[in-house]
Design a protein around this ligand. Sequence first.
Ligand SMILES: Cc1cc2nc3c(=O)[nH]c(=O)nc-3n(C[C@H](O)[C@H](O)[C@H](O)COP(=O)(O)O)c2cc1C
Length: 342
Amino acid sequence: MTDSATLIHPMQLGGLSLPHNLALAPMHKRTNLAFRLMARRWGAAFTYTEMAVPEDLLDGRRHRGGNRRRGGRLLASTPEDRPLGVQILPVHAGPLVEAIAMIAETGAGDLIDLNFACPSKKVAGIGVGAAFLRKPEAAVDLVKAAVAASRLPVTLKMRYGYTDAADDRRRALDLARAAVAAGAAAITLHARSAVQGYDERAAWERIAEWVEALAPVPVFGSGDLATPEAIMEMLRATGAAGVSIARGSVGAPWIFRQTLDLAATGAYQPVTPAERGRVFLEHFEALLAAVGEADAVRFLCHTGRMYAVDIPAAREAQAAIYKARSRDALYRVAAQYFGPGL
Ligand SMILES: Cc1cc2nc3c(=O)[nH]c(=O)nc-3n(C[C@H](O)[C@H](O)[C@H](O)COP(=O)(O)O)c2cc1C
C-alpha cells in the first residue's frame, strides 16, 4: 500500500455510505445514464445527474413512460446506477420541495445536490445558479427548505465567489457556512469564480481554505482534474474529503480505475488505441439503447471526439467522428482509426 492509498477512502454522507471518494461530477448533456453506468464500471463511487430545474423533473414524473420527454430522461436510472445524486437548479422553494418529495417517494435518487455554481447566461443570467452567490440570504432559504423537505442528504455545488473580489469570496464562504449550519451534508467547490467560467487555472488553494473553514463537514474539490496524477495531487494538497471529476472523464471514463490503481500501487495501465475504440463503441451502444440511433449519433459526434486522442491520426479521426451520421458510419470510423478488430 502506498501513502497515497490513504487519500482514497470510504465516506458517509448523512445516511448514505459511499465506497470511496471519487465521484463523477454533474455535467449538462454529458452525465446521462449511459455515461454514468460506464463511469461506474470503471470505478466511480457515485455520480450525479446533470442539472435540472424542479419543473423539468416534475414534468418527467407526469410523463413517465413517455421517456422521450426531457424530464423522463433526466431521471432515467437503473439499480446499477447507485448511489446517485440528483442535481437540482433551484429557483423557488415551492417546486424545489415538490421535486425533492417526488425523488424520495419514487426512489429516483439517493442524494439531493443544489447547484449554486452554474455561470452560464441562461442560468446565472436569469438570477439562479451562480447568481445565488451574490444573494446568500435567498440561497440559504432554499437550502433550509430543501433540508426540511428531504430525508436524503442535501449537498451544494458552489464556486468560491461570483468574482475573485474579496467581498464576493467572503459572501460565498459565508453562504457555505450557513448551508452547513442549516444541515447540508457536504459542499463541492469548483475552484473557479463564476466569471472565470471553465478555462482559467482552478485555484486549489481556495479548496484548502474551505476545507479548513467548514470542517468537519466534507468538502469535495473540483477543477482541473484531468489526470490520475492531478486527482491524487488535489487530494494531497487541499485535504479535500473527495473529488468530483468532470472533463477529465469525458472520453476517458477509465480515469477512475487508473486513479484507484495509482493510489493503491503507484502506477496504472495506459489505455491502448484499440481499448479507446472499444469503449467509444460501448458508449455508443449504451446511448443507442437509451435514446435511439439519431440522438445517439448526434450526441457522440460531439463528445465522442474526446475518445480520439493519443491515437495515430487523431485529428482526422475526430473530424470523421464529427461527420458521422449513422451507426454504420461510426463503426467504420472506429475500425479505420482505432485499430483492427473493431
Ligand atoms: C460540459 C460541462 C457541463 C457541466 N454541467 C454541470 C452541471 O450540470 N452541474 C454542475 O454542477 N456542474 C457542471 N459542470 C461543471 C463540472 O461539474 C466541474 O465542476 C467543472 O467542469 C470543473 O472541473 P474540471 O475543470 O475538472 O472540468 C459542467 C462542466 C462542463 C465542462
